[in-house]
Design a protein around this ligand. Structure first.
Ligand code: B12
Ligand code: SF4
Ligand code: SF4
Length: 387
């Protein structure tokens, strides 16, 4: 049998495993050459730094009807890429026509420690404090695919990290990585929810893992109760239009006025519905160097952000997830955070931003100035009379 013809496990069973092994395999793989391909694939994935790995059969996405409902209710807001490619999310064959298996990986990113916000600083969601996760996961998935192609010459695959229309959490649940929390996050009993997902679609038929069926949320509703902007329409139903993560990352243009106070001091993304989750309390800290590479991103000074030119923005945020907001989005967020922090010391910077070239930045600066002035006068009015 020619190696390029191998496409299924039954075919693989009849092949001498020694002939399939590549020369540059790691020691861990060498130790048991008779291990099944699935096990060796998982070992290799772990040696590449992935914390979770599971295999799902390629089939229609279980949550497709939920996606359709979510889109119909307008919960995607202006994320047109979600509706534009909606039908393609029905089945992973829209990405790889002869897909048979979906290898799902998880990479944990919980940082060492999280400082309390210092005076005048704003918060950045944990996921965005290191290198851009898309680059990190894609590069490693590429290595995993290359290894597999060394084992099974001719096998074809596609690496996906938000880069193709795939319901990643659906396939991760099916691959046994965790359950859908009421906050919509995929949660793993050992790691909590601070992990990224990536997928490797393959035209190989691999033995699938058992799907995670149970939910371990029980009667808890902490995430639903804690959301500062009331973004949950119900358990497992997120209205992105109200979510701080959407408002600070995906939204272009001005934020709705009634939501601005709830955004608080978040400059990019939001972690509140994960911070309160009991499954994250005992989750281990990640030792992945990629996530500690940019400690300067943990807290940012919004007043300083307001001074960034386009060139400054590019220099500072290229290669980090914050790039996605663009200069106008990040400066808008900075102005809104300053308005919510409410310190008069920010007024000179905000007044300068009234002359910014971008109308969204000017609008946010105007709002922040008015908010600081009204917070200051209400603080003064509330002072006890000394006479
Ligand atoms: C669009 C998007 C967003 C949007 C919308 C979020 C959302 N909940 O849908 C916004 C911008 C708000 C967002 C925010 C965040 N995101 Co986001 N986002 C995505 C993206 C690109 C698509 C998600 C999607 O399809 N939404 C559509 C809705 C309908 O899906 P859903 O709510 O998740 O529900 C699905 C399943 O959970 C399932 N389901 C839920 N309950 C049940 C129950 C049953 C019985 C069944 C059968 C199915 C089911 O059905 C739905 C359809 O599949 C994915 C990457 C990807 N390609 O999948 C990343 C992704 C989901 N995001 C991620 C992250 C890290 C975040 C943030 C934490 C970032 C931050 N700190 O600011 C926040 C978390 C907010 C939150 N609570 O979800 C990670 C999540 C990893 C994890 N452990 O779950 C992903 C997977 C990216 C990645 N590759 O790692 N995100
Ligand atoms: S990320 Fe923040 S705003 Fe979005 S649902 Fe969670 S708690 Fe609410
Ligand atoms: S906070 Fe509670 S309800 Fe929300 S995801 Fe965590 S365990 Fe589930």
């Amino acid at each position: 049998m020619g190696k390029e013809q191998i496409r299924s496990r039954s075919q693989l069973a009849s092949v001498d495993p020694h002939k399939l092994l590549a020369a540059d395999r790691p020691v861990t793989i060498v130790k048991n050459e008779c291990m099944r391909l699935e096990e060796r694939l998982k070992e290799w994935a772990r040696s590449l730094g992935f914390d979770l790995v599971g295999i799902a059969p390629a089939g229609p996405a279980d949550g497709f009807d939920r996606l359709t409902d979510w889109l119909e209710r307008g919960f995607a807001g202006n994320m047109e890429y979600m509706s534009r490619h909606a039908d393609a999310r029905r089945h992973p064959q829209s990405i790889l026509p002869d897909v048979h298996s979906v290898v799902m990986v998880g990479l944990h990113y919980r940082p060492e420690q999280t400082r309390e916000p210092q005076a005048g600083t704003g918060r950045v969601a944990r996921y965005a404090r290191g290198r851009d996760y898309h680059d990190v996961l894609r590069a490693r998935l590429g290595k995993l695919l290359a290894w597999l192609q060394g084992q099974v010459p001719g096998c074809r695959g596609r690496c996906v990290v938000d880069t193709a229309p795939l319901l990643e959490r659906d396939f991760a649940r099916r691959a046994g990585l965790g359950w859908f929390g009421k906050n919509t996050m995929l949660i793993n009993k050992r790691l909590g929810s601070y992990f990224f997902l990536g997928a490797l679609l393959l035209d190989l038929e691999l033995r699938a893992d058992t799907a995670h069926v149970a939910s371990h949320c029980g009667t808890c509703t902490d995430c639903l109760d804690a959301c500062p902007t009331g973004a949950f329409a119900g358990p497992g139903q997120l209205d992105s239009r109200r979510c701080i993560s959407y408002l600070t990352i995906e939204l272009r243009g001005p934020m709705a006025l009634d939501l601005r106070p709830g955004v608080g001091d978040w400059l990019f993304g939001c972690d509140v519905c994960q911070e309160v989750c009991p499954w994250n309390r005992k989750a281990p800290v990640s030792s992945e160097p990629e996530w500690s590479a940019r400690p300067d991103l943990e807290m940012l000074s919004p007043a300083e952000l307001l001074t960034l030119s386009e060139a400054d923005f590019r220099r500072r945020f290229r290669g980090s997830a914050l790039w996605r907001a663009g200069r106008a989005g990040l400066l808008r967020n900075a102005a809104i955070a300053l308005g919510n922090i409410g310190e008069v010391a920010a007024l000179p910077e905000l007044r300068r931003a009234l002359d910014d070239d971008d109308p969204t930045v000017r609008d946010a600066a105007r709002w922040a100035i008015e908010r600081i002035e009204s917070l200051t006068s209400s603080r003064q009015a509330a002072r006890p009379c000394v006479h």
